[in-house]
Design a protein around this ligand. Structure first.
Ligand SMILES: [Fe+2]
Length: 402
């Protein structure tokens, strides 16, 4: 990230009115200490970072320090990137902000693409005259667009980082050299949401440095991402944070957004949450999902959810997840659930009359309890290996096709 103030940045005195006001109040100090503001040069604050839900496109995201008009140039060689894609319009208006998200459509399966982000600063936005400033671009990056029909799929899961950004490269370094289809963040990457800089410093920047320019990530909230003054802005920084389903290779993936752990009426939520209805809505969606042919014909069905559907105490959120999701997941013959939340890594095998599938829970966030969960699925076998932060294997679980 290069958001440091560069030497050639323009400095200027704050508008005459403000200076005049100060002069009237205290003419001596205003002359001796003029109010000087440094205008930041137009720059990329963080990115690019890739996200996808494996439904035919890949999203390229980046954040600029000023409003702009942005696009991505891309192609199959670094010398020739003839295609250009822009952010999605809304109600006929194309984006003109700082949070840039450009989906690259119609990508060929298993094809390597080169791309470059470009942003043109909007210096002034008058009703009938928009003035553009400098145009900046990122370096040429690359990614391989997944073949959705691939023979095997592999990914790693991180969870419960809790505002410890160094844990992201630390844990991912345990998997160095392996090419994964995606990285999955299974919630509680933060303690609570404060502002944009926290999202950049504690997640996006570590991801961009470690992998996210070339490998996409998916992200679902834990109970902690729903807290804090910035929780309602949080989703605008990501392409996928809610519940979803997708197929990649032999696996049908289900992502559930499990919400808060306490009852909605708890005083700390100040009458500002409604997770009961949100979970009920997801249960209705899941009940339809298990009847879809993509779900039924998949060799394996993996559910990713922050609060596990069992084994995480008697809190309202945990119990509600059990009551709503467990019967549907049993009916749908789910093969594996991957969760976090408890801060104690553990493998819970299937239990008669309860969960008919194993529930594997990643740990964190303290040293010795952090985990990297590695998953590899072929058409016949699903293998989960969990490493602790020293790189020691602490779990190994294999599931064969039914
Ligand atoms: Fe947590």
């Amino acid at each position: 990230m290069d958001n440091k103030i560069s030497a050639n940045r323009r400095s200027f005195l704050k508008g005459g009115l403000a200076l005049g006001g100060l002069s009237l109040l205290n003419p001596i100090s205003a002359v001796a200490n003029p109010v000087v503001l440094e205008e930041e040069e137009f720059s990329i604050k963080v990115g690019p970072y890739l996200q996808t839900d494996f439904n035919g496109s890949i999203a390229v995201l980046w954040i600029t320090n000023k409003n702009c008009n942005s696009w991505v140039e891309y192609g199959e060689t670094p010398e020739q990137m003839p295609k250009k894609a822009y952010g999605e319009g809304e109600l006929g208006l194309l984006p003109a902000g700082r949070l840039n998200c450009v989906k690259l459509p119609d990508l060929k399966p298993d094809c390597k693409y080169y791309y470059r982000i470009v942003s043109r600063e909007i210096v002034s936005f008058q009703p009938y005259k928009v003035t553009y400033g400098k145009t900046i671009q990122g370096a040429i990056e690359h990614f391989v667009n997944a073949d959705l029909k691939k023979e095997e799929v592999s990914f790693v899961m991180l969870n419960d980082i809790h505002d410890r950004p160094n844990s992201i490269p630390e844990l991912l370094s345990l998997d160095k050299g392996n090419k994964r289809d995606f990285v999955f963040f299974n919630g509680d990457i933060f303690d609570y949401q404060t502002n944009e800089q926290q999202i950049i410093d504690h997640m996006l920047e570590p991801c961009v440095s470690a992998f996210a320019k070339t490998t996409p990530f998916l992200y679902v909230r834990g109970n902690h991402e729903t807290r804090g003054v910035f929780a309602r802005d949080f989703k605008t920084y990501f392409h996928h944070v809610a519940y979803t389903a997708f197929t990649l290779g032999p696996v049908r993936f289900i992502v559930l957004d499990t919400g808060e752990d306490k009852e909605d009426s708890h005083p700390v939520y100040a009458e500002l949450v409604d997770f009961d209805h949100y979970r009920v809505k997801q249960a209705a969606w899941l009940a339809q999902e298990i009847d879809r042919k993509e779900f039924k014909k998949a060799a394996f069905r993996i559910v990713l959810m922050h609060i596990p559907p069992r084994y995480s105490g008697d809190g309202h959120g945990a119990k509600h997840c059990t009551a709503l999701f467990e019967p549907i997941m049993n009916r749908g013959k789910v093969d594996l659930v991957l969760s976090g939340h408890t801060h104690k890594y553990k493998v819970h095998p299937p239990a008669k009359g309860q969960n008919n599938y194993p529930i594997i829970i990643g740990g964190g966030p303290l040293k010795g309890t952090k985990t990297l969960t590695k998953v590899l699925a072929t058409k016949t076998e699903l293998k989960v290996v969990m490493l602790n932060d020293s790189g020691t294997e602490v779990a190994d679980y294999v599931i064969a096709t039914r």
